[in-house]
Design a protein around this ligand. Structure first.
Ligand code: 4NP
Length: 156
């Protein structure tokens, strides 16, 4: 199964979800059955490591974020089983890129049973340190739910 996390820049939110999910999948012994990637809808930061603040906050929780930013393509939507967006603007962009209706495109926090309907992972880029901690909290809760979903799908 192949999962790609998507945000705007691919330097803050989606690489964080990518790192959190990769660790969960490895801990569950599913690394050989689940591929994790991330990408941005925008092209602003292609080739860059995640934001230094994202890396520092993630490192305190034991996640090493070493992804290099890339821009999502229509080919990705065909190639991945799940395209997991951080916010509703990402979802709108992804639907345009997909060009045809698909149920592969979902919001990350839809996998967190404690989150309200349509909840988003807010962009921490312009804010302070609390925003980066909040992104990590939201990614950890939602990725735990996503792992359960993945387990169900793998069992068929
Ligand atoms: P991300 O955050 O979408 O979580 O990676 C952003 C980082 C940078 C920009 C936008 C969003 N930017 O426009 O530079």
């Amino acid at each position: 199964m192949k999962i790609v996390f998507v945000c705007l820049g691919n330097i803050c939110r989606s690489p964080t979800a990518h790192g959190v999910m990769e660790k969960l999948v490895a801990s569950a012994g599913l690394a050989d059955r689940v591929t994790i990637d991330s990408a941005g809808t925008g092209a602003y930061h292609i080739g860059e490591l995640p934001d230094a603040r994202s890396r520092a906050h993630a490192a305190k929780r034991g996640y090493e974020l070493a992804h290099r930013a890339r821009q999502l393509t229509a080919t990705d939507i065909a190639a991945f089983d799940l395209v997991v967006a951080m916010d509703r603007q990402n979802v709108r962009q992804l639907r345009l890129i997909a060009g045809a209706p698909t149920d592969k495109i979902v919001l990350l926090r839809s996998f967190d049973p404690t989150a309200p309907a349509e909840a988003e992972v807010p962009d921490p880029w312009y804010g302070g340190p609390d925003g980066f901690e909040e992104v990590l909290d939201q990614c950890e809760r939602a990725c735990a739910g996503l792992l359960a979903h993945v387990g169900e799908r793998l069992r068929g």
